[in-house]
Design a protein around this ligand. Structure first.
Ligand SMILES: *Cc1c(COP(=O)(O)O)cnc(C)c1O
Length: 481
């Protein structure tokens, strides 16, 4: 499998090269040359462990890795996860499930891709003997996951840019207390979008990129998207057979990486009916999927900081597919978005996408309601995913064929109380552990939530640098270190 750029002006590269570069040299994002049809694999994949399923999936994409190497990388990536299923699906009600993606070392779903990426980098360094410089911008969790996956790894230098004062205190500690000499946490005086813009500019400077052998750990790295496809399949296999007809994945969304992975999995044969893009008050994607208009606004800090984004990088990958894989069109649209801050899709059809938006006030209400209805504690990001479920509880449809005598039989009663097979089954992606946001959990449901991994951070010494949101300053810092 070769990897091409969404902008069509980069020669196709191997999987390892796509992973090593992150961003394509023409400024586009890498994608597999074609998406395999995996629907025939589903029967065979049913019941596999997370590691075996990942391996079966990645064989289609990482064909320049030996099978044994690939298996070793995947095993190491997921061995530190604190749940035997790695990504358990928890049933809350007949038609409501939560896919808990927070058992990795930094307690957010970013660990799934980042742990694996860390192993792939290590393999790359073993093969080539050359060091690399990893550069990423983060709204919180990516940085924490990257720092954790790459801390003290030989041959890797890590620079993580994050908006100063706009990540949670715990997220900041996760980035600044790792202790490895190879890790630099850079607090940028600006928003996430400012940090990301500076980072993109550095990647487009060929001289700088090659000199430092830069690699991007943001969700612009194709390895991250592919690693995230796996848990959509895995979630599906954990559903009871009679709930698999009309499945909707509800995905708390910021940079559009996670939901894009699910949507790509669907293009490869995942039997999902729809995806709900759940945003906070930074609602550019909510507005887009309602109207077809992509209008960049101001980023306003929210209770769900990892979703405080107005320029969703992975939207470019979606554009590539929705323009019928037309790189010239993608270049024109990306230019228009950059120059005018807006773009309107002609004859817009949201297809299998739905959208919801949750304000800060609603996040708190949803956290309370989810606890009241399901006795389940969610973090503020996951709360956005529960918005529509709380607002529109699905009522079981009355079966008009029921007869009074049915009430006397067990089957008849089951018919009455269980939802029809074609009722929507919602799988909400639980993106972070509630213990990452203890203040808002305490305020809304009055409970203290903790996690041992976070408690241990309290004893460590933070180390951070503060920089202006300017390319020159960041470039200078990287050169110097
Ligand atoms: C990163 C993140 C998101 C948003 O995911 P995207 O892939 O950027 O859409 C949502 N919730 C949490 C907890 C995150 O860390």
């Amino acid at each position: 499998m070769k990897y091409i750029s969404t902008r069509g002006q980069t020669e196709p590269v191997s999987f390892s090269q796509a992973v090593a570069h992150g961003l394509a040299p023409d400024g586009g994002l890498f994608l597999p040359e074609w998406l395999p049809d995996l629907s025939d694999c589903l029967a065979e994949w049913e019941g596999l462990s997370y590691v075996d399923l990942s391996l079966a999936f990645f064989r289609h994409f990482a064909d320049d890795f030996e099978d044994e190497t690939l298996r070793a990388c995947i095993e190491r990536a997921y061995e530190g996860f604190d749940h035997e299923k790695v990504a358990p699906l928890r049933k809350l009600e007949d038609t409501v499930f939560a896919l808990e993606l927070y058992y990795g070392p930094t307690l957010a779903f970013k660990d799934f891709a980042m742990q694996l990426l860390g192993e792939f980098y290590a393999e790359q360094i073993r093969r080539t003997g050359e060091s690399i410089t990893v550069l990423g911008a983060t709204s919180g969790d990516t940085g924490a996951a990257a720092v954790h996956a790459l801390n003290r790894r030989e041959g890797v230098r890590v620079f993580i840019l994050y908006p100063d004062g706009r990540v949670s205190p715990l997220q900041e500690r996760q980035m600044t207390c790792a202790g490895g000499e190879n890790v630099h946490a850079l607090a940028i005086d600006g928003s996430f979008d400012d940090a990301q813009r500076a980072l993109k500019a550095l990647f487009q400077d060929d001289g700088f990129r090659d000199k430092h052998r830069l690699s991007a750990v943001n969700s612009i790295n194709i390895c991250r998207i592919l690693a995230q496809c796996v848990y959509y399949f895995y979630a599906y296999f954990q559903l009871p057979e009679d709930r698999r007809k009309n499945v909707e994945f509800v995905v708390p969304t910021g940079n559009f990486g996670n939901v894009l992975a699910g949507w790509m999995a669907r293009r490869m044969g995942l039997p999902a009916a729809s995806f709900k893009v759940a945003t906070n008050h930074n609602d550019i994607l909510f507005r887009f999927f309602r109207t077809g208009e992509y209008q960049v606004g101001e980023v306003k800090p929210s209770h769900a900081p990892s979703m405080d984004i107005q320029i969703a990088s992975n939207f470019e990958r979606f554009l590539y597919y929705s323009t019928g894989e037309d790189p010239a069109r993608v270049r024109a649209i990306m230019k228009q978005i950059r120059d005018e801050g807006r773009y309107e899709m002609e004859e817009f059809d949201p297809g299998c996408f739905r959208a919801s938006r949750t304000t800060n006030e609603e996040i708190e209400q949803v956290m309370m309601s989810v606890y009241a209805r399901f006795h389940y504690t969610v973090d503020p990001h996951t709360a956005c995913g529960f918005m529509d479920i709380i607002r529109n509880p699905q009522f079981n449809i009355v079966d008009m064929n029921l007869k009074p005598e049915d009430l006397a039989t067990k089957e008849g009663l089951e018919k009455l109380t269980s939802p029809p097979p074609d009722a929507v089954t919602s799988i909400v992606i639980a993106t972070a552990h509630p213990a990452k946001f203890p203040e808002i959990v305490k305020r809304t449901i009055g409970r203290d939530v903790t996690a041992p991994a976070l408690d241990a951070l309290g004893e460590k010494e933070p180390r951070k640098e503060t920089l202006p949101a300017e390319e020159a300053a960041i470039r200078e810092f990287i050169d110097r270190h």
